[in-house]
Write a protein of this length. Structure first.
Length: 441
């Protein structure tokens, strides 16, 4: 229509819609004015958080009252519905000032995140000469922010990894788009992910030598899952059951953000930052759903219960017959090649044992010199950044009394050897394979 334009903003904001006359038109230009034949650039507002926009809408002489009211309602509805690929995490959507946003929530959990925190942006820092690389670098200073998109991305990652083991790739892509949204094809997604009361409890340790004794960083908030307006009524129950179990699995398979694949551990004995690495995501609830048992052997049936409940929900949602004990094989596994899929080549174990350093047992074994390649960590086990980035095929989540270890491509060394070392260095009571699921007796 010639009367309005939609805006894509990076955060949930308030807005007021007012009618302006031609004489007062210039008054609204410094804020944000929607006027016929005016190309308003929203880029200056992209980094604003919880701002209030005053939006002007000016009639043309040929516009009658009925048309004006209709255009105004379209504009309000469009701004409230939002636009862009991250609408379901609160981005690109506006709400009317003074009105509460109605969400159709079905699950909520309070959480804390310790270690390497979720970041929203990088602040510019001065250039420094790096002698080892023989070049100038500016690393930037990360600014911690509790971002809902980080949780949505992690839920999406684990959904894809789990679904690839039981569904064809084309089916996984289709259901991933249905649930989380996609750009091509443009799909909004059935589930919205929001964070309330997000805050920085403890800033990250400073990157200079003075920060060596700083405590680990900590964030907290409340994760809320809700239905979007796109979800079919017939799919609500299946999607709810799937996401409740998927969220539980996410909390117990790894962390969030750049340190997600490793548990939080101290590097304060080193001579340079970072002083903390990894992340630990913890639910702040003690009801039966979230309460964890004390031992490895007691945890095994609890994890399998949640995993099987996820697969049952996926079966119900997709209408496909899913057998988690008859797993697919995604691609070929070689020492230097694997796929991040929880398929027939993947192993998940729970274990604990003695550590000869400040790291949890599973991480201590992973970083053991016997598993290194020369003087460096093995890139096909721990990941690497040069000459090209290769994420680690090993995820370690520390649950205090034990660790959950997910290994992709576990049927080939060096990953197979790592699992053997985990088993050999502890007692049978302190090591148990929890995936693949065993056949029923």
């Amino acid at each position: 229509m010639e009367y309005f334009v939609f805006i894509d903003v990076l955060w949930l904001v308030n807005f007021k819609l007012v009618e302006t006359s031609q004489q007062s038109q210039s008054h609204f230009y410094p804020i944000l004015t929607i006027i016929y034949n005016c190309s308003t650039n929203p880029n200056p507002f992209f980094s604003l958080k919880e701002a209030t926009f005053l939006i002007g809408l000016r009639r043309r002489p040929s516009c009658n009252d009925t048309t004006y009211e209709q255009i105004q309602q379209w504009l309000i509805s469009g701004l409230q519905s939002g636009i862009g690929s991250q609408v379901n995490t609160g981005y690109g959507r506006l709400i009317t000032a003074g009105q509460k946003t109605q969400i159709d929530k079905f699950f909520q959990v309070e959480f804390s995140l310790e270690g390497q925190l979720i970041h929203g942006r990088q602040k510019f820092t001065q250039w420094n000469w790096k002698h080892d690389k023989q070049k100038w670098e500016t690393r930037g200073q990360p600014d911690a922010e509790v971002r809902p998109v980080a949780f949505k991305s992690m839920l999406r990652y684990w959904f894809r990894a789990l679904a690839q083991g039981v569904l064809l790739t084309s089916e996984v892509k289709r259901w991933e788009a249905n649930l989380f949204g996609s750009i091509n094809p443009q799909t909004r997604g059935w589930i919205a992910v929001q964070i309330t009361n997000g805050k920085i409890v403890q800033p990250e340790a400073r990157a200079n030598f003075d920060g060596k004794k700083d405590p680990r960083g900590k964030q907290a908030g409340i994760l809320t899952l809700s239905y979007s307006s796109e979800i079919p009524e017939s799919s609500r129950d299946g999607a709810r059951d799937l996401f409740i179990n998927l969220t539980w699995l996410m909390f117990h398979l790894g962390g969030i953000g750049q340190g997600a694949r490793r548990p939080c551990y101290s590097r304060q004995t080193r001579d340079r930052a970072p002083w903390w690495r990894g992340s630990r995501l913890t639910p702040k609830r003690e009801d039966e759903f979230w309460k964890l048992p004390n031992t490895v052997q007691e945890f095994r049936p609890k994890f399998r219960q949640r995993l099987e409940s996820f697969y049952r929900a996926l079966d119900k949602l997709t209408g496909r017959t899913i057998d988690p004990r008859s797993l697919l094989t995604i691609g070929q596994v070689r020492p230097d090649t694997w796929h991040e899929a929880i398929d027939s080549n993947c192993r998940i174990v729970v274990c604990t044992g003695a550590s000869n350093n400040q790291k949890p047992y599973a991480l201590s074994v992973l970083h053991d010199p016997e598993l290194q390649r020369g003087r460096d960590y093995d890139g096909d086990l721990c990941g690497k950044v040069r000459p090209r980035v290769k994420p680690s095929p090993v995820w370690v989540a520390d649950l205090k009394n034990y660790q959950v270890v997910t290994v992709f491509g576990a049927t080939q060394n060096p990953r197979q050897k790592y699992l053997q070392e985990l088993r050999d260095r502890t007692t049978p009571q302190n090591y148990s394979q929890i995936f693949p699921l065993p056949n029923p007796k």
